[in-house]
Design a protein around this ligand. Sequence first.
Ligand code: FAD
Length: 104
Amino acid sequence: MIHGTGKNNIDIHLGTEITQVDPARKIAVAKAGESFTYDKLLLATGGISFVPPIKGVPASGVFSLRTIDDANAIKERAKKQKDWCLSAAAFWGLKQAMVCENWA
Ligand SMILES: Cc1cc2nc3c(=O)[nH]c(=O)nc-3n(C[C@H](O)[C@H](O)[C@H](O)COP(=O)(O)OP(=O)(O)OC[C@H]3O[C@@H](n4cnc5c(N)ncnc54)[C@H](O)[C@@H]3O)c2cc1C
């Protein structure tokens, strides 16, 4: 979470998960109980990647890519496996295919 009070009006609170917002009082509350007042609140929580529940998709051997752990899991699998199937491949999917080809 980033909160604007410190140097350059920016404080970074790593690992601080906001679980509650009180817009009337302009307060954001963290899971651990700490609260932060604000003038303006920007919710920029990003996205998540997931394997869609498509019938027939096996429980293992199917990957999505967002975190370094995801990348390491793909890399480990790519060392053992030569054939890949890319679903919904846009720019990053195609780039990943190129990388897997080099790892295999
Ligand atoms: C493998 C990969 C490579 C990429 N490479 C590029 C690239 O080369 N160039 C490019 O332009 N884009 C790239 N992207 C896309 C880029 O990373 C995203 O578009 C960008 O990070 C989105 O920014 P964001 O701020 O919306 O979300 P995020 O970067 O996801 O940031 C959201 C943050 O909010 C935090 N958060 C979530 N919920 C809470 C909560 N309740 N309380 C407090 N904090 C919370 C999360 O922990 C996270 O730190 C890549 C993405 C991936 C997955």
